[in-house]
Design a protein around this ligand. Structure first.
Ligand SMILES: Cc1ncc(COP(=O)(O)O)c(C=O)c1O
Length: 375
């Protein structure tokens, strides 16, 4: 059996260890401590906007806190991009609210402005104005920030920007993670940088960050004894985990460059195969190419190729199955145009890690080429 090639493996640089050692040497192994503040400052500087960052246990917890801070409650509705990973939608259910799924556009594979406005108008007509819009930069490709923001402002609905997959991506020169009323990041094991598991909430004011941190640390009121007037959560990032994050921040740009070069290599090497197409960056878009994705001419070709790669011990995965097709979410309202269904049927994510070697990339490319010679 040939060695396994993973879709998106963690990639440590070695720069993480001094931060972790420092935490051990100073006995800051308990939650919180200097690495947490340091990691938050590193992220704030990287994002280059007037933003505040709270380091948390996961991207999912950041999404959950966003909805709480926006006052999403039992019986409310929240619009969510249908083509996403389930973690974008789950926190809506945690709050006892209802997700309303909206389809994608072909140019970015993200939230379709036309469907979004149709959905908002229809929900308002039904007396159910959405409380928030969760917009996702999937696979690192920014959503159409100008159009989506314009619509959100027109109807006065806040945006939660799910930037879990897009740290290092930009839209018209501005960093993803700075466009929402709240934005979230993820550092789980397969992301462009990882802290083994972790996430962050990005807010527009210090007051909101402080409120998020209060909720994330069990909502302890100011008193010598434990006193609680709100429900709290155990959602804060630990000082050890934040140390990994500090080390990872030193190589974030090189991870972006490597993932972009993986994508370029795939597209240069496979462009002559007419059954394969790629998603180009529209003007003004800069994708971190977290995952290199291709579209095939049919579901049959996509599945055949996936199995051919699997036979060579190469991991690939169909593009995310839209939320409106998921058994758990099927019963909720959705506004569809067929784009995310077609992407799911025909799309495949290829190995994309920043630690892939030239030999490994060559193995993937030659397996794909061989498949198209025989199929
Ligand atoms: C689009 C998207 N949103 C949210 C999340 C949740 O992040 P986490 O795994 O850190 O909770 C992920 C990743 O898992 C994701 O890909």
């Amino acid at each position: 059996m040939k060695p396994k090639i993973w879709l998106s493996a963690p990639h440590m640089s070695g720069n993480e260890l001094p931060f972790i050692n420092e935490a051990f040497n100073s006995n800051w192994v308990a939650p919180l401590g200097p690495n947490v503040n340091g990691f938050e400052n590193d992220l704030q500087s990287y994002l280059m906007e007037d933003r505040y960052v709270a380091a948390l246990a996961s991207g999912t917890s950041a999404l959950h806190l966003s909805l709480i801070l926006l006052g999403v409650d039992y019986g409310d509705e929240v619009i969510c991009q249908s083509k996403t990973f389930s973690a974008s939608a789950n926190p809506i259910i945690y709050q006892g609210a209802t997700p309303v799924f909206v389809d994608s556009e072909k140019d970015t594979w993200n939230l379709c402005p036309i469907q979004l406005e149709i959905a908002i108008k229809d929900r308002i007509a039904k007396g159910r104005k959405p409380k928030a819009i969760i917009a996702v930069h999937l696979y690192g490709m920014p959503y159409n920030v100008d159009e989506i923001t314009k619509i959100a402002l027109k109807y006065n609905i806040p945006i939660v920007e799910d930037s879990a997959e897009s740290l290092g991506s930009q839209y018209n020169g501005r960093n993803c993670g700075t466009f929402g009323d709240f934005s979230i990041l993820s550092f789980n094991g397969n992301k462009i940088i990882t802290t083994s598991g972790g996430g962050a909430l990005v807010t527009k004011s210090l007051k909101l960050k402080e409120k998020a941190v209060f909720l994330a640390t069990q909502a302890r009121d100011n008193a010598p004894h434990y006193l609680h007037s709100e429900i709290g959560y155990n959602y804060r990032m630990s000082n050890i985990v934040a140390g990994i994050g500090r080390g990872q921040m030193t190589i974030l740009d090189s991870h972006v460059a490597k993932r972009r070069s993986n994508y370029q290599l795939y597209s240069n090497s496979l462009k002559h195969i007419d059954k394969i197409t790629f998603l180009n960056e529209p003007e003004g878009y800069f994708s971190n190419r977290w995952l290199s994705c291709i579209l095939l001419d049919s579901e049959n070709t996509r599945e055949g190729l996936r199995l051919a790669l699997e036979k060579e011990n190469i991991e690939s995965r169909p593009l995310w199955k839209p939320m409106h097709q998921q058994p758990i979410f099927k019963k909720h309202p959705s506004y569809l145009n067929g784009v995310s269904d077609a992407l799911f049927n025909k799309g495949l994510c290829l190995p994309s890690g920043s630690n892939l070697t030239n030999n490994e990339l060559e193995r993937v490319i030659s397996t794909i080429k061989a498949y198209f010679v025989t199929c």
